[in-house]
Design a binder for this molecule. Structure first.
Ligand code: PLP
Length: 378
């Protein structure tokens, strides 16, 4: 059946419906830990597998599911979101130009400035919420626009369809880091993007117990072949066990995201009305500059809420210190709510305002989260 709802497809991820070699029908997929697989002396691979860096049955199953979730043609799973991004950028050539968000995830910023710029990549960081900035940044060697939306951690909303139509008119490809939105809320390939990237560490894994990443291609073209080649040859592949855990995470993705988002709305409303909060950065608030675009391209607004407190850096750090239900830790997308003073987490090259706190809203009762923030802000 291929007319199933997205929820059903998620719930069935990594469930098994053909007999394994020993005739046993597992309801959930067996885990293939093997690094190497028996093949014919003449070189043919009877099962299609020969070595787990190239392909592994558990990883291949995850990749099939990831492609399906994003409406893509194929996917490649990497050992981290950063490794996925690195594969994307190194699939370009020295001298090629990339345009990305000025507040792109700090790890990707460092990758671009510290490793890939010396390697020969040209990079422009700009505010992609203003299409004029993109027009001005395009050069004859621009090959890729890499955008987050919502952005991490400033929660800016980039209009995917508008960026895609400008990019494609210049023969430029668009990759969307869909980590914050998840495919439950936003499917960039359906809006015309060429690539989707995920840090599967976050909502897809969903339980703060693995590091992973993926690239999903709209089409199986030459660029896809290059990504697959980099995955095989550079070798930053996802371990079978982590692939298995991600599939387990995806099975509950829809109800988790629904609850994450419901809680996030409640927390954002609370912060928005709090006298000690200068600004709440959540695209689900009608006062957010990206609200209309978010409404157009997302099913809902996600579970990351950033806010700026009155009183500057010290006041923000003090709020984090007082939190009890929220844990002070980086990352996001787990069942437990996290809080951090983002500039301290990002370090010296941070573009983040010094009074900004980023929350990852978990699956707790919303009242407990609001009570904790009430005392932390008082
Ligand atoms: C976490 C994150 C990354 C990096 O992923 P890792 O799995 O930590 O390497 C990239 N982009 C966004 C938006 C992220 O939140």
């Amino acid at each position: 059946m291929n007319d199933l709802h997205f929820d059903t497809i998620c719930a069935h991820t990594g469930t098994y419906n053909s007999a394994s070699t020993d005739g046993i029908f597992d309801v959930t997929t067996p885990l293939h830990f093997a690094s190497t697989f028996k093949y014919n002396p003449t070189g043919e691979l009877p099962t299609g597998f020969n070595y787990s860096r190239h392909d592994n049955p558990t990883r291949s199953l995850l990749e099939e599911h990831l492609a399906q979730l994003e409406g893509g043609a194929a996917a490649a799973a990497f050992s981290s979101g950063s490794a996925a991004a690195y594969a994307m950028f190194t699939s370009l050539n020295p001298g090629d130009h990339v345009i990305t968000n000025e507040d792109v995830y700090i790890g990707v910023r460092h990758m671009l400035t510290d490793i890939l710029t010396p390697w020969g990549l040209k990079v422009t960081f700009t505010d992609l919420t203003n299409i004029e900035n993109v027009k001005n940044a395009i050069t004859p060697s621009t090959k890729l626009i890499w955008t987050e939306t919502p952005t991490n951690p400033q929660m800016r909303i980039v209009d995917i369809a508008t960026i895609v139509s400008l990019a494609h008119s210049h023969n430029i490809k668009v990759a969307v880091d869909n980590t914050f939105a998840t495919p439950v809320l936003q499917q960039p390939l359906r809006l015309g993007a060429d690539w989707v990237m995920h840090s599967t560490t976050k909502f897809l894994g969903g339980h703060s117990d693995l590091i992973g990443g993926a690239l999903i291609a709209a089409t199986k073209d030459q660029w896809w072949e290059k990504i697959k080649h980099i995955q095989h040859i550079a070798g930053a592949v996802q371990s079978p066990f982590d692939c298995w855990l991600i599939m387990r995470g995806i099975r509950s993705l829809v109800p988790r995201v629904e609850r994450h988002v419901k809680n996030a709305h409640a927390v954002a409303e609370f912060l928005h009305n709090h006298r000690k909060v200068e600004k709440t950065l959540y695209p689900g608030l009608s006062t957010h500059p990206g609200f209309e675009i978010a409404k157009k391209q997302m099913k809902d607004f996600g579970a990351i809420v950033s806010f700026q407190v009155k009183g500057g850096k010290q006041a923000a750090v003090d709020v984090v210190k007082r939190a009890r239900v929220f844990t002070c830790a980086t990352s996001l997308g787990g069942t437990e709510s996290l809080i951090e003073h983002r500039q301290s987490a990002e370090g010296p090259n941070s573009q983040t305002p010094d009074n900004l706190i980023r929350l990852s809203i978990g699956l707790e009762h919303a009242d407990d989260l609001i009570k904790d923030l009430t005392q932390a802000l008082s």
